[in-house]
Design a protein around this ligand. Structure first.
Ligand SMILES: [Zn+2]
Length: 314
């Protein structure tokens, strides 16, 4: 019997659309690259990973409106959410079977990760973090609000669970913020580039620990900010679980994030978040969020290896 490790991957995570995905800014093969990086460089046996089920319609309906879910049967809606016009001309059945299937597994991975985090103390879903999806709309490549879906499932078992979302993706996490609104069980810490998408000022009202930063912020200022503020936010919120969106689109070469953080800075950032969780004995589930350059997959792989070696000591 091979020991399991609470890292979640599905062979369905990567998106294949007959080559059209190659011209989209999203690296459609990012998830598989990280998975193989971990097998090669962390010595994790492929059977040690957890594999999720697809999110069910019932779980999707716990957060999304029926009208929104039906709208995804139109390829034009999918093209708009993916910000990728070519998709509008692809038969919806193909988009359902390729693109949305992958997202359904990713959301299932976040559900599984939040459960495993409570069991192991930590978990990493090698996908997920669709933080722009709202109950009645998608946007910015985000179709399903995986984090609210997972959190509401946790609430079913423990209605008074305190949840902290630490969102360090380059973009403001407006989807889950608008879904949770003033839910007092949810504590949101968001550090984001305020000069890029989504500029959602309505959703910003729901960020408890709000840190908009300027484009091309460098390592020293960024690391100083999160190193100082995360412990304060944790102390005030006293969460029973942390959901961490570790977007690697803060990387200096990422065209969409427009931030200036180096590879070392990203690895340091993820370590700070994990240290704060582990040292305070707070379960943490990490999801990937954005990351739009070729290098992002390897950086995330290196960062997870660093967490395993230096923080979790698995
Ligand atoms: Zn992002």
């Amino acid at each position: 019997m091979i020991d399991k490790i609470p890292i979640i991957f599905s062979k369905y995570y990567d998106i294949g659309l007959g080559g059209t995905e190659e011209v989209h800014p999203v690296d459609a093969k990012r998830y598989g690259k990280i998975y193989y990086y971990l097998i090669k460089n962390a010595g994790i046996n492929e059977h040690s990973f957890y594999s999720p089920e697809k999110v069910t319609d019932e779980d999707l309906l716990s957060v999304h409106t029926r009208k929104y879910l039906s709208s995804l049967k139109n390829s034009e809606t999918i093209a708009r959410i993916a910000e990728f016009k070519i998709l509008a001309s692809i038969p919806n059945e193909i988009l359902q079977n390729k693109l949305l299937k992958s997202v359904r597994y990713a959301a299932g991975g976040t559900i599984m990760g939040s459960r495993l985090a409570l069991e192991y103390g930590w978990a990493i879903n090698l996908s997920g973090g669709y933080h722009h999806a709202k109950s009645n709309s998608g946007g910015g490549f985000c179709f399903f609000a995986d984090i609210p879906i997972a959190v509401y499932k946790l609430f079913k078992k423990n209605p008074v669970l305190s949840v902290m979302i630490i969102d360090l993706d380059a973009h403001q996490g407006n989807g889950y913020a608008s879904i949770f609104k003033d839910d007092e069980r949810i504590h949101i810490l968001d550090v984001y580039n305020e000069q890029i998408y989504p500029n959602d000022f309505e959703a910003r009202k729901y960020i408890e620990f709000n840190y908009p930063v300027s484009s091309y912020i460098k390592d020293a200022e960024y690391i100083h900010l999160i190193d100082r503020e995360i412990p304060i936010a944790i102390e005030r919120s006293k969460p029973g679980i942390i959901v961490y969106i570790s977007g690697s689109d803060i990387y200096e070469n990422d065209a969409l994030g427009c931030m200036g953080i180096s590879e070392e800075g990203i690895i340091r950032r993820d370590e700070i978040v994990f240290r704060n969780a582990v040292e305070n004995k707070i379960p943490i589930v990490m999801v990937l969020g954005g990351g739009y350059t070729e290098e992002c997959a390897i950086i995330t792989g290196k960062s997870i290896v660093n967490i395993l070696k230096n923080v979790i000591i698995f």
